[in-house]
Design a protein around this ligand. Structure first.
Ligand code: LIP
Length: 273
């Protein structure tokens, strides 16, 4: 039976591909860059234009749907998650990479209904990596099923983390403490510069665990569905349930791995979205 969510999925995929062609065209061209919350929290006109393309496209078909977008929020729109169908959008996740021309940058789009993720899409148009998930229907890369790894111990795991785009001393201190704690306890540490792509590497089974403090709902709302549909887990870094507005996330191939990490790390609690 063809549902409204099926129709939403097809429509948003069309818009994401359209937006992807813009990112593909602009990544290696000179671009005007401005800063937001810190001198390394960057934004370009293409972040704003891609977000507008997605929101306008969805709104024209679904006028009663709500939005939480990175750039709309930066322009002052209040973050509000209700039971209404809500699209959580990062038009360019990995903006720093996009500015530098490093091809690890993506569009991240999630649809939540009754505060539950129904659709997750993370699309890196530069490397043509389309990660998708629908609630209860599995996770895919370019249409092929993906699954998390079988790792259950940190000492055999590849950890994805970020140094972030904040210069807040307390946040940086927590990041450095955690790198020092973890560097001798894991196989290796990797950082792609995009929360959404880091999480998708866990969903793909190429990495085993990711955590970060200070991200926003738009960075991980799509990825956390994808990793769960790939057989993994998404929790709060302190071990409790994930809260998409908390600005904290931990995604892993197994609950055992997630809980081993959550017991070890220095916690940091940013102001909520
Ligand atoms: C980025 C996240 C990344 C985080 C950066 C930044 P943006 O999102 O994907 O995980 O460490 O601080 O928030 O700003 O490129 O959309």
């Amino acid at each position: 039976m063809f549902t409204v969510i099926d129709e939403c999925y097809i429509e948003v995929l069309r818009l994401v591909k359209q937006a992807g062609s813009i990112i593909n065209e602009k990544i290696y061209q000179p671009k005007e860059v401005v800063t937001k919350s810190s001198e390394i929290d960057l934004v370009t006109e293409w972040d704003q234009k891609v977000e507008k393309l997605l929101i306008n496209g969805i709104s024209s078909k679904y006028p009663d749907h709500k939005f939480i977008g990175e750039e709309s929020t930066a322009m002052g729109q209040k973050v509000e998650l209700t039971n209404a169908p809500t699209w959580i959008i990062d038009p360019i996740d990995g903006t720093m990479n996009f500015v530098h021309g490093l091809p690890h940058t993506c569009i991240s789009v999630a649809l939540l209904i009754n505060k539950t993720a129904e659709i997750g899409i993370v699309y890196n148009p530069i490397l043509d990596q389309l990660f998708t998930a629908r609630k209860g229907q599995g996770a895919f890369l370019n249409g092929a099923p993906i699954h998390v790894s079988d790792k259950k111990e940190l000492r055999n795991s590849l950890l994805m983390l970020e140094t972030g785009t904040s210069r807040d001393p307390e946040q940086l201190e927590a990041i450095l403490q955690n790198i020092n704690k973890l560097i001798t306890r894991v196989h290796g540490i990797r950082t792609l510069g995009s929360a959404a792509l880091n999480i998708c590497m866990v969903a793909l089974g190429g990495a085993d665990i990711y955590f970060e403090f200070g991200i926003h709902a738009w960075d991980f709302a799509a990825g956390e569905l994808i990793v769960r549909e790939a057989g993994g887990v998404s929790i709060d870094p302190a071990g409790g349930p994930l809260d998409v507005l908390s600005r904290r996330a931990l995604c892993a191939s197994s609950m055992e791995l997630a809980q081993e990490l959550s017991k070890l790390i220095t916690q940091y609690y940013p102001e909520r979205d």
